[in-house]
Design a binder for this molecule. Sequence first.
Ligand code: ZN
Length: 669
Amino acid sequence: MRLKTILTASAVAVTVNAMGAEKTDFNYVADRFADIEVLRYQVPDFENLPLNQKLLVYHLTEAALAGRDILWDQNGKYNLAIRGLMENVYCNYSGDKNSAEFKALELYLKQIWFANGIHHHYSMDKFTPRFSREFLEAQVNQLPAGKRPADAAFTKTLIDVICDPGVMAKRVNQAEGEDLVVTSACNMYDGVTQPEVEAYFAAIKDTTDLTPISYGLNTRMTKDADGKVIEQVYKVGGLYSSAIERIIGELKEARKYAENDAQGDIIDKLIEFYTTGSLKTFDDYSIAWVKDNESRVDFINGFIESYGDPLGMTGSWESIVNFKDVKASERTEAISSEAQWFEDRSPVDPRFRKPVVKGVSAKVITAAILAGDSYPATPIGINLPNANWIRAMHGSKSVTLENITRAYDEASHGNGFNEEFVIDQPTRELMDKYLFITDNLHTDLHECLGHGSGQLLPGVDPDAMKAHGSTLEETRADLFALYYLADPKLIEIGVLDNPEAYKAEYYKYMLNGLMTQLMRIEPGKDVEEAHMRNRKLIAEWVYEHGRADNVVEMVKIDGKTFIKINDYQALRGLFGQLLGEIQRIKSEGDYEAGRDLVEKYAVKVDPELHKEVLERYAKLDIAPYKGFVNPVYQPVMDSVGNIVDVTISYTEDYIPQMLRYSEQYSTLK
Ligand code: ZN
């Protein structure tokens, strides 16, 4: 299941100045290249944590950075070798650094650093280098012996992988009807086919087990010498052992500063999981983790989300270390304490509601480090664990990363997006005033309530939606959030102060889903990513179903297309209606209906509108994708070597950070 919310580019772009009074001189923008803007984020209140918590955070951030190479290797089996080779070429280059070829090489490196590999982090397409093959070959040949692969054939393979567009073209292929394992370049499978993988798991899965392990979560599938399909386990003594050992070393240091026994136990269980590779232990760890709502400092570190696996089983390695934003968490606590109220009134068939909503815990957090699959591109909300039965029996933990959304918001001031795409001044003013808070509330509702709502009818397979599972699950969570964002209940519980505020988010959502998210798609291509499909599905469906009543219009002004919302309350009704249908599809396991909705509304792009959006967007020069550099933590020693403080600084730039990480955290050489 995909349970991350990824901020829409237009949410980034449209959000302006809701917190303008707090605008600071902090330099939010660290770098800009290709379709990427790299930002900085602040970690407010880190300085005010007690020393033990600072040390806990510090060692957890080291454990986070130690896993970087694991993700690189999961994303493609040549990624680490290519990164090493390209960094060596870059750092040993003695020619004209203003030449077009060198600039192109630098750009390519920036792109692969950002994507943790040679494929775009979002589109999954392989990067096309703008330098020539001859240039690269010449540079590699000039490298000192220790700085290039000793094996000439291997060097040629790496250069083929970089330069030949036909080799390893797509990291994760989702095209229905193809062998998704064979056609995906990710390194979670090697030398096996999709039918072989499916047969393997069909043979070992116990379908009567009500508490199944997350099969395949921490393994690479390959064949042994006899041609038998096997799983290679990520663990001490197994795959990625050297990286995992270093992670464990830092976890053991962090363990000394655990805030309480429960947190110490969580760290112990994680160490045990990394040591044994046992997925049963991982479930024990996840249960202990989800129950800990007392600790101020929290973290994830492991194989978590399965976006990177075409079959959605293997977790990409990631880590986020964070601590609770106590003040802002009052908002999510107000929402989650009313979880049952929302569930009981959800506009779905009562048979599909949860009679008792369990353990919805939600908080606003301050991220202290982003790593692995959450770096540099990062989610703004997370809901874990992913195992369905743990969520049902023990609940889940939802978090909103508000120092990250704040950075997005601050960095987008005055970029001209609103003026270009929002229909009129009153709508722009409403968005100026309420989009920051309603966007955050949308994330809270999506994560705290949306994913946790509803139930399957007895006997329905949770994976019945197959390849469309992620899209439909995100659709369900978004609709739940949209529907309740306009509910007077939010005013009653004190999280909104204006009954019109929701319109800011409704307008942005429709604008994004119908139009502006298309700027992320290349001309002639379909929408593929699950969150983008979900937004398109919702926006196109309500547009079509509200057409007879003119609920939402697309109007032309001076030859440009604009979204005009004529009836916001009717729009809310349509969101509720679609939620009812999506919940029915999931609850009954109606695969055909789910597939038809996705295919009809979520995939195909109107080429003319697409062209218009791209042209209007290009004039603004806004990066469609954003990510972050991390702050730098530094222990301060006294004269006898005791750590007396940990300082934080925000001055490191993008290239120095990437080169430093490669030097200090290359754990899989
Ligand atoms: Zn989600």
